[in-house]
Design a protein around this ligand. Structure first.
Ligand code: FES
Length: 160
């Protein structure tokens, strides 16, 4: 008597293969989801930009009072460009564009000199943003500062 070989055992995966296959499927699925998210997130951020506080005009929150102390500065975002908020040694606030008027580098406050310095070509500005030495051809754009409660807002100076 001749019997046909049992083929069902050859096709059926061994029980030890199932967790491995499931692991590989989960790994591939997670990778595809992560790839899709990394492509879609920037597109969504472009289409739906983050809301900026509407303070009337172009005022932006530059800092909180608790972040500042005399003879320090903070760089903040003013639209698409950087701004620089300085608290002088006397406790006054000054704000200006942080984009150097020479070739567009970002300037910084030098507490040791009490001046604003551009590291690219050693340009110097005073605390009113006036170019005082080095290659910068023009002053930095000065901004208007308003303190409301604990917050320091900066806006473009209104033309008279
Ligand atoms: S870019 Fe600032 S001094 Fe040249």
């Amino acid at each position: 008597m001749c019997s046909a070989p049992d083929t069902s055992a050859a096709v059926k995966p061994a029980p030890a293969d199932l967790p491995r296959r499931r692991f590989v499927n989960i790994l591939l699925g997670t990778g595809l989801l992560a790839s899709a998210a990394s492509f879609l997130y920037p597109v969504l951020r472009y289409l739906v930009p983050p809301k900026l506080p509407d303070l009337g005009g172009d005022a932006v929150l530059a800092a909180r009072l608790s972040e500042m102390k005399p003879n320090t500065a903070k760089t903040f975002r003013f639209g698409t460009r950087p701004g620089l908020l300085v608290e002088t040694s006397a406790g006054e606030y000054r704000a200006m564009s942080a984009t150097c008027t020479h070739l567009g580098c970002t300037v910084q406050y030098r507490p040791d000199l009490r001046e604003i310095w551009c590291a690219c070509h050693n340009g110097m500005y005073d605390l009113n943003g006036r170019n005082i030495s080095g290659p910068p051809p023009r002053p930095l754009e000065a901004f208007e500062v308003q303190v409301r409660g604990d917050e320091i807002f900066v806006r473009r100076k209104q033309e008279a």
